[in-house]
Design a protein around this ligand. Sequence first.
Ligand SMILES: [Zn+2]
Ligand SMILES: [Zn+2]
Ligand SMILES: [Zn+2]
Length: 268
Amino acid sequence: MKITILGSGTSTGVPEYKCQCDTCQDARVYGSKNYRSRTSIHVEITTSDNIKHLQFDVGPNFIDQIDRCQIDRIDAVIYTHCHADHISGTNDLVMPCRKQNMDMPIYGPTETMSILQRNFDYMFRKDTFQGGGVAHLVPNPVTGPFNLFGLNIVPIPVQHGTVDTFGYRIQNFGYIPDVKLMPSQSLELLKGVDLLIIDALSFNPGHPTHFSVQDAIAIWEKIQPKNTYLIHMMHRIDHRYFNDQCSEQGFDLPESVRLSFDGQVLQL
Ligand SMILES: [Zn+2]
Ligand SMILES: [Zn+2]
Ligand SMILES: [Zn+2]
């Protein structure tokens, strides 16, 4: 399995517009790991047929992300939830659909499917003129584990604000980009993963909808994956000083827990 971190940032992206903090200033330097587009990943996985390409979320940076990371195919899209930073690039699925000459199967919580059908209604109607550049989407509401290209995809329900939100597990990989509370049954579903990518917005444990770094480490402690990467970070977290930032907060960063960054490729 090959996982590409297309984007590692929170909903505002980093740099934040007009922010002059040290991290945002560094993020404006070309090549900085502190530059973070909106959170999204792409997974290439071997199935009984061939390699399948699964796109997780389609945020506002999507079309630039897949071009920059040289993603050459998308076989299906899996959405985690309906927040704008995860769905608002959906119109740009037109290019993969056009290049691949296909309609795009999409998966996600029932609520996300209906919000997509409201916001992008023209993409769900076959009568919409296709030649002019409309992608047609085929919705598949997810209510439990499902089979996709022979793969067992397990949704992991998490609490994240007021919208229905899933993380997902595929084989020994767990992906939980947006979470405030992890129900104990969901934690069970994650046990045994070797690679975990998980939300860590900042060091603030009081944020109403996101894990802090400390919350993410608490999950790492419980399930002990071989490798854990943090994602969905805001500008309070700085790649250059992250170990020191953790020490200042009064804890040591475990060796197998690291920050992800845009363009990073992980093999599993
Ligand atoms: Zn800043
Ligand atoms: Zn969200
Ligand atoms: Zn988000």
